[in-house]
Write a new protein. Sequence first.
Lengths: 389, 508
Amino acid sequence: MHLGLDDDELVACVACGLCLPHCPTFVITGRDTESPRGRIALMRAVQNEGAPVTDDLIRSMETCVQCRGCETACPSAVPFGHLMEGTRAALAGAGRITPRWQRLALRVLRRRRLLLAGSTLLALAIRLRLVPTRRLGLPARMPLRRPPLRTSGDDVWLFTGCVMDAWQRDVHLAVQRVLEAAGAGVEPTGGAAPCCGALHIHAGLEAETKAMARSVMDALSGDDRPILVDAAGCGASLKDYGHLLGTDEARAFSARVYDVHEWLAAHLDELKSRRPVEPLDMTVAVQDPCHLRHVQRAHQAVPAVLSPFVANVVALDDDGLCCGAGGAYSVMEAELSKAIRERKTAAVARSGATAVASANPGCSLHLAAAGLDVRHPLELVDQALSASR
Amino acid sequence: MARTLAAATRRVLGSRRRDDRAAAVPDASGADAALVADLVEAVGAERVRADAAARYLASRDASIYKEGNAGPVCYPGSTSDVVECVKVATRHGRAVSPRGAGTGLAGGAAPLGQPVVLSMTRMDRLLEIDLDNGAAWVQPGIVNLDLTRALAPHGMHYAPDPSSQAACTIGGNVANNAGGPHCLAYGVTSAHVLAVEVVMSDASVVTLGDLTAEPAGYDLRGAFVGSEGMCGIATAVAVRLTRNPPAVRTMLLSFDDVSDAAATVSAIIAAGIVPAAVEMMDQRCVAAVEDFAQAGYPKDAAAVLLVEVDGPAGGVAIAADRVAGIARRNQAVSVRTAADDDERARLWKGRKSAFGAVANVMPDYYLHDTVVPRTRLVEVLEQIYDIVDRHDLLVLNVFHAGDGNLHPILAYDSRVPGAGERVHAAGREIIEMSLDMGGALTGEHGIGVEKREYMNRMFSAVDLDQQSRLRASFDPHCRMNPGKVLPSAHSCSDIGALRASDAAGVWG
């Protein structure tokens, strides 16, 4: 089976092994089949040596969280994310991964009304204790009502996305208040751009993702306003449209995308100059979402933005190892996902922090399900700002 | 409704979990069915893999040797698991090959003849820190750098620091008697391993060496360290702890001419200074690593030296001044001292990622690690560049200059017809030349399978026979990592030949 992988990208791994300690699944299992180096060797075996695609080989690909921690560890800059996305696209195209029920579930994400209504129903079911939230990794409580999104100006877009808007709209509103405090007029994207397609590309649904990318780009074209994203996974996905579609238009679009912390770090003086702020008296550990640290490589903006507003901001000592959330991974590979999470909760415990700041909804849900007090970094900034209002 | 929903949820989750269990049962079909069944019986299904993908990956390490042929792969969690695996393998007439992180560069972990592969990655615990004896007991699968990090709160570290230390395991370090930049001052692995618990080929468990300074009897520990898995399987290692130096200074010296850099190395040693490390990289190597490490390595320099001095603060300052003076007298273009730990870390990150960064230049590489007399470094380097030119190849030179341990990386593209042959021909010439200069075959990477053929060039038949007899006294039936190190006339590589014929059957 030809996986359709770029030959130059595929041969770029010299198998040195420096990725191994940065791969969450290798760290847990100790097995080469669950390592970046091993997965690349298997891709080569299939594409270049004609090895058959066995169930075990598919397991090796399905167990990858796609955190891309291996990429920042790789001295030869092997684009592992592209290789894995390409492999999954080939496997999904052949009907070997991503079963029909999962494709249907993913389709809901771009149907905003359906998603919002379904989420309200789910919130109700959770209140009535009809859903085993812990086992499913769902939040113990979800909002029954969502305050409406509102536009306050046209300086920047705030990308609101799918699940996050349905489940964590409070975060968007807090982010918007912080942006406004920094002097920016904000327009939330809302229904105009319902979903970035990150989960779809992870599941190998390449054609669907491309269609979604084009529709997001159409909705946000017509001006060159910065597009700010408060979910690391969505930000990484939007920034990759240039590569995904390979057009100048897509590359220009991706260049407009910023993680919201990245943008705020460059506007920190405006934010701090508005009024004197008393930092929150708490110890907060910063959890770096992989798609902020390893893909966008913008994670240093989070502590930079957080530090003036929280008395004690601490870093974790685990080299940014993934928390195991991985979008739908926490549901699809629940056992491995939890084993990976245990290392993260241990790192949080070592840090002495009482709360965790996470800039990605997937990570924050996953960590909250383990009993941690998880906030979006800008929720904390908003809290500090409003306390001194 | 509540019950229906919960039941539906259970069905979804339940079916998923059954899938996981199904995946966990190793592929018990095929010729190895009985062997696999017995291994599962002995250590549990979770610790055994026999599918094509697992065996394919267990057949290779970081070298270009791709002819390995693994049998079932086991992931023992304890000494007794290892004992059980050895017993089962023996009962089925199969050998055993251990494996750490697979970062070896000579095919030492590439299994020959479909042995049972023991992947030691799950035995990765630090068992005990014994500050009174300045030692720690660790399991063999612990990663070298993880050990050093765990010792940091005690102001200690584990001194041997191979470039792959972020990934490689102590077990693999013991097997290869691994070196590393700081071994110039601190000595190689053998000087830092006090005792080893070993599962022997007859499945008995022995401890070689002890924590005292002068153990009684033969130094069997010394014989074991560096035996590349052929004398038994290490299941616990007592390592020596090294106190962190009170002061460290790391300097980056750059030169317009490689020979000036080499002359500087000799002059530093001749002046009686013993730096903690003296590393050299040539221009092509610096170019490959700098984009990744962002350490400020000068890409326009013909060669750079990374020199580290450590010890009491006063002595370090004096030594650093003397090194800088020597460098300037030898036409150094610039002398830079790392301002803080962060800058030091980035400089070392660059040096230690050199092999991995080769794909920035070419997708494949082949290297030797011969050791040459330091006094002939200039001459040797000139010859290497000459050999490489004649074979129309690229070379990146990165090496432990302080002890003359070369790593000429021959970078090539295996997709180009004939490139592999040219690389091997050039490699052979480099080895011949190094030995003619009075050098040795390997400094730290081991012989494995890659360099077996050169053993006859280095040792006489009598030497090799003695080495073979030493090995036989540990492992009379050649059941431990067979086919390695000793050239065929002196080894039991016939075991390898026994099953090499069905190599094609590994996949699928």
